[in-house]
Design a protein around this ligand. Structure first.
Ligand SMILES: NC(=O)c1ccc[n+]([C@@H]2O[C@H](COP(=O)([O-])OP(=O)(O)OC[C@H]3O[C@@H](n4cnc5c(N)ncnc54)[C@H](OP(=O)(O)O)[C@@H]3O)[C@@H](O)[C@H]2O)c1
Length: 328
């Protein structure tokens, strides 16, 4: 079978078609014929090699080629002996966290997958898993958001942010968010009550009443370079939180040991794939309570992935970039 491997670190054109063995599946895994995936901003420092210059670089392997793509949507082609929920020919989506989905077939744990209905296209489904799981776990599992509370979502037009705005609003929260001017109509249509352009204002001058919870989705260079626990956005966020409130970051890996004042609780977490959350998410999408915005869709090919990465750096942008075979 063919895979699309990252064959050198740098910009751009570093993806090539490579030959790979058809993956073996363990008893709890299924073999998926990949139809779609997405571009994850989290892979960017790895793709460019920047990650190896940082203090956390040692966590990643420099051995090439690497197959990227954590989101996966496709068709089940084989099931392991202990698989109970899924069967051959099921349409599924989930996280291929140990292997990468930029290949013809990938082996994934059954528990990391949800069944898809016919109404959800692969192009959409390939963009769904990471951003929705992260937004759900940030708001509810770590942020314990309650109806009527005020939440500030930093980066509300992004992949995770645009999902978080919708989920928080559906839950009955008052939603404040940050986005560039051209994305204000977009985030308001998703349910934001207040939106501020972070390039124009210091948001601390605009937000006068403190919030119960901040969800921070903004990755800043300082966080990567110094393994700094908080970037400027994080620092600013803390000043806007009520006493006893919560700061949940999906980017500041060291934040759990950050010395907090005013009994503010801080959490950094990595989203954990599980089918129960994925089933809920599929349900929300089917019931049209959650809409996934695809900024652009590219072909799941070496050139398509390069183009998608180049595009992911361009403005204006909102939602998630997907890559799919059906797009060709
Ligand atoms: N911990 C986890 O489990 C987990 C899971 C998923 C993602 N992540 C990480 O979370 C980050 C966000 O992911 P994503 O997919 O949502 O990325 P994304 O689509 O690029 O969204 C980031 C958003 O932040 C906005 N932004 C940039 N600078 C800002 C600032 N100073 N103030 C306010 N907003 C600002 C961007 O707006 P512009 O377009 O205007 O720049 C963009 O809309 C990535 O670094 C990713 O690696 C972590």
């Amino acid at each position: 079978m063919k895979a699309i491997g990252l064959t050198s670190f740098g910009n751009p054109g570093t993806f090539e078609e490579i030959d790979a063995d058809l993956p073996d599946i363990s008893d709890n895994q299924v073999l998926i014929e990949v139809k779609a995936s997405s571009i994850n901003p989290g892979d960017e420092p790895l793709r460019t090699g920047e990650i190896f210059k940082s203090s956390v670089g040692g966590q990643w392997s420099e051995k090439l080629p690497i197959i990227l793509g954590s989101d996966v949507a496709g068709i089940v082609r084989a099931v392991g002996k202990k698989v109970t929920r899924l069967k051959v020919d099921d349409r599924v989506m989930g996280l291929a966290i140990h292997s990468g989905a930029y290949q013809d077939f990938v082996a994934v744990d059954e528990d990391h997958l949800a069944k898809l209905s016919e109404g959800i296209s692969y192009e959409i489904a390939g963009a769904v898993p990471t951003i929705t799981l992260t937004a759900k776990q940030a708001l509810f599992d770590h942020g314990s958001l309650l109806k009527g509370q005020k939440v500030l979502i930093q980066g509300g037009a992004g992949g995770v942010g645009h999902v978080a705005v919708q989920l928080a609003k559906n839950h009955g929260a008052y939603v404040i968010t940050t986005a560039r001017k051209y994305n204000h109509d977009f985030v308001k249509a998703l349910g934001a009550d207040e939106v501020y352009d972070y390039t124009e204002f210091d948001i601390a001058d605009k937000i006068h009443e403190k919030v119960d919870l901040v969800i921070d989705t903004v990755m800043e260079a300082s966080i990567i370079e110094n393994n700094g626990v908080l970037g400027k956005v994080g620092e600013k966020s803390l000043s806007l939180i009520k006493d006893n409130g919560k700061y949940v970051s999906i980017v500041s890996f060291g934040v759990n040991s950050y010395p907090m004042e005013r009994n503010i609780k801080t959490y950094f977490f990595q989203s954990i794939p599980n089918y129960s959350d994925f089933d809920k998410i599929v349900n929300w999408i089917e019931r049209k309570e959650l809409k996934i915005h695809i900024d652009k869709n590219f072909s799941l090919s070496p050139q398509g992935i390069v183009d998608a990465y180049i595009n992911s750096k361009k403005q204006p942008k909102k939602g998630r970039i997907s890559v799919s075979k059906t797009q060709e």
